[in-house]
Design a protein around this ligand. Structure first.
Ligand SMILES: Nc1nc2c(ncn2[C@@H]2O[C@H](COP(=O)(O)OP(=O)(O)OP(=O)(O)O)[C@@H](O)[C@H]2O)c(=O)[nH]1
Ligand SMILES: [Mg+2]
Length: 239
């Protein structure tokens, strides 16, 4: 079978304890990996450069400063598309997303989806080691967005995704301004609005074991106010 050219965009900020293990775990998945590091103070970017010399499937994109996940992913998407990727993936570097689930996301797109979402909230999916508060924020956020946007997708805030090239090309990447969870909601909503097929693939999401979370109140607040704005933009025909 001809394996389409797939690139995993892997944003990192202070992931020095996770990066090497993650890159090695992705080594047999028939993908290229683009590490997008925002000048991590812990030296993750230097480690990424060193590993890229050893591992021929790894590339590194260095950005000057931390601006949130959205801008990091956008620069990764642009690079992956200009390098000719046919499939572009998003994935966290903290092992919340299991590298062994990558083939199932790739398969969903190879079987006809334009965007495959790793989903915690469909049968067979779930979360492990999350406290009540995180569960409520996450499940509540997805429900809120699903109702306000009027879409069927159960997990709108997850960041384990695989886009077909055409779906990414069809959405106006320059128009995406969201930075945190809202970025995941906005990109999936734009793909749906553009008429593409979105499929949810059940995954188990595990809490990170090492390194620190970058989740903040600002990221949650952004998602709350962005969602109605997205619906209005859609009603006005802007997206
Ligand atoms: N380049 C870049 N990467 C980031 C930034 N913020 C987070 N990341 C990375 O994005 C991924 C997800 O971030 P996390 O800190 O795990 O955020 P989260 O998954 O929402 O929060 P936790 O579940 O608590 O871990 C990780 O690989 C982070 O290192 C950023 O501003 N720039
Ligand atoms: Mg995480």
């Amino acid at each position: 079978m001809q394996v389409p050219k797939a690139v995993i965009c892997l944003p990192t900020y202070n992931e020095i304890e996770n990066l090497e293990r993650m890159l090695r775990a992705l080594g047999d998945k028939h993908v290229r990996v683009l590490v997008i590091d925002d000048n991590s103070p812990d030296g993750t970017g230097r480690l990424a450069d060193r590993l890229a010399q050893e591992l021929d499937y790894v590339d590194v994109l260095h950005r000057d400063r931390k601006e949130g996940l959205g801008p990091a992913y956008l620069s990764g998407f642009r690079r992956a598309l200009s390098d000719g990727a046919e499939l572009v993936l998003e994935m966290d570097c903290d092992f919340s997303h299991d590298p062994n689930d990558v083939p199932r996301l790739l398969a969903a797109v190879e079987q006809g989806a334009d965007l495959a979402l790793g989903s915690r909230y469909v049968p067979g999916g779930g979360v492990r080691n999350w406290g009540l508060m995180r569960r409520v924020i996450s499940a509540g956020g997805s429900l809120y967005a699903r109702v306000l946007l009027g879409v069927e997708v159960q997990d709108l805030t997850g960041g384990f995704k695989c886009y077909r090239r055409a779906a990414l090309e069809a959405i106006d990447l320059d128009g995406v301004e969201s930075k945190g969870y809202a970025f995941q909601i906005e990109t999936t909503y734009r793909v749906l609005r553009a008429g593409f097929k979105v499929v949810e693939v059940p995954i188990t999401f595990a809490d990170r074991e090492v390194g620190g979370s970058k989740m903040s109140r600002a990221i949650v607040a952004e998602a709350i106010w962005k969602v109605p704005g997205l619906r209005v933009a859609a009603l006005l025909g802007r997206i």
